[in-house]
Every structure is written in structure tokens, then in C-alpha cells.
Design a protein around this ligand. Structure first.
Ligand SMILES: [Zn+2]
Length: 158
């Protein structure tokens, strides 16, 4: 799943929560839930291989995705008070965190180095299990469009 969708869903859900704890849980749960729905995503194969020269395109994709996420987040926190802003940013951060942890794990060569690298590996295995394994591009695209339209509706008309 692209990061922007995780960021927006986490933000929208957290904007309706009334505590940091709720925002954290909503952010995390939304991530694994969205990943379980068939979705289109870009590859980070070269980053995983540690081949940083050929991974430039993948870093560009991630950067664009994060910039789009940030732009939408800035739009969402407009005219919000301090407490609401904190909730929205917290929800969004925790909705992105699983992919952040997965990304860091990809960069770790020795997974048994310490308790943190072991945790990252455990998390990546769990993350992989929650992922949809439907490979049909048509289904991935259709479900992704439905999610994007639902989000647009929430952002514009709620
Ligand atoms: Zn994920």
C-alpha cells in the first residue's frame, strides 16, 4: 500500500478519536487492515538487496509518496486546534510506522545482532502475514480506487 493512503487513513481516523492512546491504536490497526486489502504498491527490491546505486528510483518513489503525505496532512490540520493537530499527526505517524519499521529491517543485514533487530525481523514476518496475497492487478487496482474515493469523500465532505 502506498504511504499516502496509510497516512491519510490514520489521520482521518485519529481526528475522530479523543485520546492519544486511541489515535495510536487506530493508526496501527488501520495500517494492517489496509495492507490486508488487495492493493497496488511500488517495489523496494533494490533497497532490500542493498544495491543503493540502482535503488535511486525507489528512493524517489518513497520521497514523492512522503511529500504527498505531508502536503495532505498539512491540508488536514488547517484550522484545527492544538489538541486535534496532535491527534491527527499521532494517528498518521502510527499508521506509517509499520512500513517504517519494515524499511529499517530491510537495511539490517544481521537480523540477530540485538534485541531491536530481532524485533524488527519479527515485525516484518508479522507484517508480511497481514499482507493481501491476491496478485491480480485488476483487483488490486479496483480495491485501491475504492479506498481512495472513500478517503476523498471523507476529506471533502465530512
Ligand atoms: Zn505495510
Amino acid at each position: 500500500m502506498i504511504l499516502s493512503i496509510h497516512a491519510i487513513v490514520g489521520a482521518v481516523l485519529a481526528s475522530n478519536s479523543n485520546s492519544i492512546g486511541q489515535a495510536i491504536i487506530l493508526g496501527l490497526v488501520s495500517h494492517y487492515f489496509l495492507d490486508s486489502i488487495p492493493h497496488v504498491e511500488y517495489t523496494i527490491k533494490n533497497i532490500q538487496k542493498g544495491d543503493l546505486k540502482t535503488a535511486i528510483k525507489e528512493f524517489v518513489n518513497i520521497s514523492i509518496d512522503l511529500i504527498v503525505s505531508l502536503a495532505i496532512l498539512l491540508y488536514l490540520i488547517q484550522n484545527k486546534n492544538f489538541d486535534q493537530t496532535i491527534l491527527i499527526l499521532t494517528g498518521s505517524f502510527f499508521a506509517l510506522l509499520p512500513d517504517g519499521l519494515y524499511f529499517i529491517d530491510c537495511l539490517v543485514k544481521n537480523k540477530n545482532r540485538n534485541i531491536f533487530t530481532k524485533f524488527l525481523k519479527m515485525h516484518s514476518d508479522f507484517h508480511a502475514k497481514t499482507h493481501s496475497n491476491i496478485a491480480s492487478f485488476k483487483i488490486q487496482l479496483i480495491t485501491q480506487i475504492i479506498i481512495a474515493l472513500a478517503l476523498l469523500f471523507f476529506i471533502l465532505f465530512k
